[in-house]
Design a protein around this ligand. Structure first.
Ligand code: CP
Ligand code: NVA
Length: 306
């Protein structure tokens, strides 16, 4: 693996390998025995958007591995404004050993990868959030076991960066995937096609429906995300109206399997896409998910640097 930009670049073996490494690193961390696998290495973190989890979990991950990290805020680099994206890649990759970037346009993270001398990690773009999905599948394995075949993940929301990465991951791992949201907010056809190509190999079943109750029937995992992603601020009102019937509340969760787990990448807009009762209720695994960002990303860092 040269870069980590989207799960669509991985094989199912690559994804399984990363998950196994994350499990191993988490076990070591729990036992208080972090290995300094990235001693003396520095991660450069370029942010065009705000973050809690991505920033802190990458920084802590590098600390555990014996390395350092540099936080570069949206106001410092001004990627593509103060300096072109290729020039940022050329310069930054002369200083640091690996780069994580959170960008608006996915094409910018691809351009960074093209011009960088060191590996690039996508810390969220408008197309994909692969670090999140890796942490999410780690969380699903912890709660549901290693065998994901015939397990069902239902995403309630739009075809966005988070659901795209979940679609690719589920289809690679042989997990069934259903998405439910209002008309006009589905995945673009090319995204669905990639999912179907993976599903044809793994045996996973992919479905899309506007009926949220039908979507959660038999679900082992219900996942939701904000109705308007960062960069879609001018669509907030329109989306709030369209997605109102798609709130993940107790009534919806009751339609799924009794031992369903509920997931959200966070930050959550409590009272909109998910209720307090569900966030803080018995099915919620939200905090495990947030912690697992750190373990999953340590696996990505170690894999890319080895
Ligand atoms: N889930 C996630 O990426 O959180 P942040 O935006 O806080 O990094
Ligand atoms: N879809 C959300 C995820 C935030 C972690 C966004 O892009 O804003």
């Amino acid at each position: 693996m040269d870069h980590f930009l989207t799960l669509a670049d991985l094989t199912s073996d690559d994804l399984r390998g990363l998950l196994d490494l994350a499990i191993e690193l988490k076990k070591e961390w729990r036992g208080g025995g972090n290995r300094p696998l990235l001693q003396g290495k520095t991660l450069g973190m370029v942010f065009q958007k705000p973050s809690l989890r991505t920033r802190v979990s990458f920084e802590m991950g590098m600390l555990h591995l014996g390395g350092n990290s540099l936080y570069l805020s949206p106001f410092e680099i001004k990627l593509g404004e103060r300096e072109s994206v290729p020039d940022v890649a050329r310069v930054l990759s002369r200083y640091v050993d690996i780069i994580m970037a959170r960008v608006f346009r996915h094409s910018d993270v691809m351009t960074l990868a093209e011009y960088s001398r060191v590996p690039i990690i996508n810390g969220l773009s408008d197309f994909a959030h692969p670090c999140q999905a890796l942490a999410d599948f780690l969380t699903i394995i912890e709660h549901k076991g290693q065998k994901l075949q015939r397990r069902k993940l239902t995403f309630i929301g739009d075809g966005n960066n988070v659901s795209t990465s979940l679609l690719f991951g589920a289809a690679l791992l042989g997990m069934d995937f259903t998405i439910s949201g209002p008309a006009g907010y589905e995945f673009p056809a090319d995204v669905w096609q990639i999912g179907e190509q993976f599903a044809a190999l793994s045996g996973s079943r992919l479905t899309s429906t506007q009926d949220a109750t039908e979507a959660v029937a038999g679900a082992d995992v219900i996942y939701t995300d904000v109705w308007a992603s960062m960069g879609q601020e001018d669509e907030v009102e329109e989306r709030r109206k369209a997605f109102q019937p798609y709130q993940v509340n107790e009534a919806l969760v009751e339609q799924a399997n009794p031992d369903v787990i509920v997931m959200h990448c966070l930050p959550a807009h409590r009272g909109q896409e998910i209720t307090d009762e569900v966030c803080d209720g018995p099915h919620s695994v939200l905090w495990d998910q947030a912690e697992n960002r750190m373990h999953a990303q340590k696996a990505i860092l170690v894999e890319l640097m080895s």
